[in-house]
Design a protein around this ligand. Structure first.
Ligand code: MOS
Length: 748
């Protein structure tokens, strides 16, 4: 490993950005002072409970609405028979990023848990009891669940979420030229987001204005989706989402509960609160669709890829089209002259899947990294050596130069910290002191570094402090903290001098907290809003004969610590407050936008990268698999807050552990219901599942992604990790398990 590579955990890059601040909202959250959506209880509130379908397919023949209405607390029961009209057909898509919703449009059942009725009552208990009293009579049809039973279809026949087939070079010629061809088929199961905070909404109407408290990853952007159902302008929708207890993608899209609550509030003229139960989080709120992936890797005698094909069949619902774009990872990860990527779908009687924790890259990289491990072994090469031989110097899909790519440094740092170089080539060679089989595996992490559109406002106040505003979403990742740090840097103020306002659709649009692009996008908007303030302030000072900065001309004016000064002439300086006071201004407002420079977007491939190394220990008698060590090294451009970035990367790696060994939704084949719709049966990692974990970052300058040099760390850590763990399981046991999660019985 080169000597100059060192972890940059606590690097200082600026007076604010670069500092490992703790979350600004952390104390409020852990002391219970933070008010989440479901904590709101406006006067006159009605409680709503969704009665969900007990089977996955069929029709509701009868509901005992009379029994429910006879309950003393129940006020209304809304079913397809009396459901008030909506302005928009829920089976039509109004916007591109829109899902078809089950909103009591008819008596069909399309998945278990789909709404059959909405019960409204004076108390939560009465609403729940009313829902039970409905005692549905169901005409059930057999559920079609699983790749064997699902209806296959070509991705080209659908619209949203169906990735186009892509080919680079001549794949057949590439396979013909290969010295060896590795073929791998891997399945990944349905997975559910399981945010700690359940989906919840408090909806109230003020005339033609709809006011909503709901956790939301795309606060301003989602207004049109709500508005379309009620025929009101998007500006009439006011969404408040100050805190989210996790999202993982599920709070980026609408769910039926949200629209039904708004509808009920309009119908009853009262505020309505609807909180999903934990069990109801498995059905109508999206999930990660199952995949069946086929990979072929051609490798020449020198250990170089000659051809790579990756086809994914992704499960979706019977009525909508989102496909987990699993195969796309093959387009951008390794150098290869011929790559072919395609997707098709399989329709199951399930709720429509959606984005969840690196949608596509997580599932795709899990399969690709397993296939790469097999190909390396077949070629007689160390897995890291094999990846270095196939290092992509330019983006394989487009040939574009990378905006930055410090993956080689990640491989070197991760391998060094992990101790990779002593790894034996053959499996089953290592044991720990307890006699357990030890195995080491690795994987490459890759995630796009996108930017969306965002706006922000910064207002400098007479006392020299500032308010910055953008409707960002903090799911717990620390977005507000990192964004406030960026805003402070743009303003040349200490973080303590900056009041950050967010989480409300009345504020400028911060875009979506998704795609790992929130910090880059909203951060760029905040930064440029701050720079706009400084430019105005500079103009005021330099034009004023009474200012020490008067007539600065072309000399550089620096803004820092609440002062403007002329570079190299430090006695020529003036505080922000003094400039405003003499100009007779109470405040100065600046505006900024965040979006990618289209010229750079055209010319450069932009990705975050990383390398994950895993050690597992397998008990030879019980076949229990434990992850004993995980080391990740990541390059994600400029790190704004090392403490929060490390937490996000660790979190991503822990998602990868859950992916590899635990997370899976199990369907009852007859009813189509989930057998494990709770956190007792749907396993996610806890501290005891992981002995030792480390996330390191390597320094990476990027002049193209955005002026801040920020890429993103939200989803990077899950990619590479699941494959690294599966490869470690093989290295311990000699068993290639082709289905995630890997169970002890798979090793028997
Ligand atoms: Mo995410 S799955 O980018 O919210």
């Amino acid at each position: 490993m080169p000597d100059d590579i060192a972890p940059t955990r606590h690097q200082r890059l600026g007076s604010n950005a670069g500092d490992p601040h703790s979350r600004l909202d952390g104390i409020a959250k852990i002391t219970g002072a933070a008010r989440y959506a479901a904590d709101n209880a406006p006067a006159g509130l009605l409680w709503a409970v969704i009665a969900g379908a007990p089977v996955a397919r069929g029709r509701v023949a009868r509901l005992d609405t009379a029994a429910a209405l006879a309950h003393p607390g129940v006020t209304h029961v809304i079913t397809p028979e009396n459901r008030p009209a909506l302005h928009k057909d829920p089976d039509l898509r109004a916007a591109l990023f829109d899902w078809k919703l089950d909103l009591l449009q008819d008596d069909r059942i399309r998945y278990a848990g789909a709404p059959m009725a909405l019960v409204l009552a004076e108390t939560a208990e009465a609403a729940a009891e009313g829902a039970r009293l409905l005692a549905p009579e169901i005409e059930a049809d057999p559920a079609r669940i699983g790749f064997g039973d699902g209806l296959a279809f070509a991705a080209e026949t659908v619209g949203i979420g169906a990735p186009p087939a892509t080919a680079v070079g001549d794949v057949e010629a590439g396979f013909a030229a290969a010295a060896q061809v590795t073929e791998v088929e891997i399945e990944t199961p349905p997975q559910y987001h399981n945010a700690m905070e359940p989906h919840a909404i408090v909806a109230q109407w003020q005339g033609e204005r709809l006011v909503i408290d709901t956790p939301n990853q795309a606060i301003v952007m989602s207004r049109p989706s709500f508005a379309a159902y009620f025929g009101i302008p998007p500006e009439n929708v006011h969404i408040r989402s100050p805190y989210l207890g996790g999202g993982f993608g599920s709070k980026a899209i609408l769910n039926p509960a949200q629209i039904l609550a708004c509808l009920a509030a309009r119908e009853t003229g009262r505020p309505v609160k609807l909180v999903l139960s934990r069990a109801q989080m498995y059905g109508p709120t999206g999930h990660r669709g199952a995949t069946r992936q086929s990979l072929r890797l051609g490798v020449d005698a020198a250990g170089r890829l000659t051809a790579l094909s990756h086809h994914a069949v992704s499960a979706t619902s019977s009525f909508d089209d989102f496909l987990e774009p699993a195969a796309n990872a093959a387009l951008n990860t390794y150098a290869c002259p011929a790559i072919s990527v395609s997707h098709s779908g399989s329709r199951w009687d399930i709720g429509t899947p959606g984005p969840m924790r690196a949608p596509g890259e997580a599932t795709g990289s899990a399969a690709l990294e397993c296939a790469m491990d097999e190909a390396a072994h077949a070629a007689g090469l160390d897995p890291l050596d094999f990846r270095l031989r196939n290092y992509a110097e330019t983006d394989p899909a487009t040939g574009r130069a990378y905006s930055s790519k410090a993956l080689r440094e990640c491989y070197a740092l991760g391998a060094e910290r992990f101790g990779w170089k002593t790894r034996p080539m053959q499996p089953g060679q290592m044991r720990d002191a307890r006699g357990r089989l030890l195995g080491w595996g690795m994987g490459t992490s890759l995630f796009p570094a996108p930017m969306f559109q965002a706006e922000a406002r910064a207002t400098l106040r007479a006392d020299g402090s500032a308010v910055v505003e953008t409707a960002a979403s903090d799911m717990g990742q620390g977005a507000w903290t990192a964004l406030a740090q960026i805003a402070a840097e743009g303003l040349g103020l200490d973080l303590a001098q900056v009041e950050f306002r967010s989480g409300d659709s009345e504020l400028p649009d911060a875009g979506v907290a998704g795609g790992s692009g929130h910090t880059a996008t909203a951060g760029s908007a905040l930064y440029s809003a701050g720079r706009d303030v400084i430019a105005q302030l500079t103009a005021l000072a330099t034009a004023d004969p009474a200012s020490p900065l008067h007539g600065a001309g072309n000399r550089a004016v620096v803004a820092a610590d609440g002062w403007l000064r002329i570079e190299g002439e430090d006695h020529r300086r003036e505080s922000y407050a003094a400039i405003l006071a003499r100009a007779g201004r109470d405040a100065l407002t600046g505006r900024g936008k965040g979006a990618r420079d289209p010229a750079h977007a055209e010319a450069r491939a932009m990705f975050s990268h990383g390398a994950v190394f895993a050690e597992v220990a397998v008990d030879p008698a019980l076949l229990q698999i434990r992850v004993t060590r995980l080391t990740g090294a990541f390059a994600a451009g400029r790190i704004i807050n090392p403490k929060l970035a490390e937490s996000q990367l660790l979190g991503g790696m822990i998602w990868g552990l859950g992916f590899a060994l635990q997370e899976e939704a199990l369907h009852d084949r007859r009813s189509g219901r989930l057998l494990n719709a709770d956190l007792a049966g749907y396993h996610v990692p806890v501290n005891a599942d992981l002995a030792e974990i480390e996330a390191l970052t390597v320094h990476e300058e990027d002049r193209f992604v955005n002026p801040l040099g920020v890429k993103g760390v939200g989803e990077l850590g899950i990619t590479g990790t699941a494959g690294a763990i599966a490869n470690a399981v093989w290295h311990a046991t000699g068993r290639r398990v082709r289905r995630f999660p890997i169970h002890p019985e798979d090793l028997a």
